[in-house]
Design a protein. Sequence first.
Length: 224
Amino acid sequence: MADILLIFDLDGTLVDSVPDLTDALNKVLHEHGYLPLTRGEVTPMVGDGVKELVTRAFAARGAPPGLAAEVLPHYVKLYEANATNLSQLYPGVRETLTELRQRGYRTAVCTNKLQQATVAVLEGFGVTNLFDGIAGGDKYPVKKPNAGHLLNLVTELGGSADRAVMIGDSENDAGVARAASVPLLLLSYGYCRCDLETLGAVAILDNFAELPPAIERLGLIPSA
């Protein structure tokens, strides 16, 4: 029997990354003469990948079509070099991940953030060792909410979809869980752009530390 695999989103689930995303966007906007964005403006732009993020940011400031694509490589380089300056792990993330692994669960990250940027964030917070696998949005030919993003990761880790759980905060996490036929747990504090109650989660949690008992209620308990 395959080990139980807990698959986590990154931004809005493990890490409050909007501060550094906003800072990097504003530096690039400033270089081109545009006014800065607030963190509140950036939050709903997050979740679909870096290309969409930069496109939305420049569109919000009235930039001409095409400029976002032009500045994208510079933005990526700037963000990756400063990905954990202002961002923070959400309360209880490090401790709860450690507890879950001690209980025998395997853990992985499935995010639409670029692979290199994802690794930069996890390394910056010193938590890379808490995951068995990392699948950024450019690792496979598809990304969330396409089922292939999650299922390719599960296969790579020798797991099974019927022994996996998706844990996230947004529509894309719900979409990939539904497409891959795996149960969904949502954290209420993230970057969702809609009513969480509409996304079909088996539970909506307010604190990361609530995960262990919520997972056990699904009947997914590691073998001794």
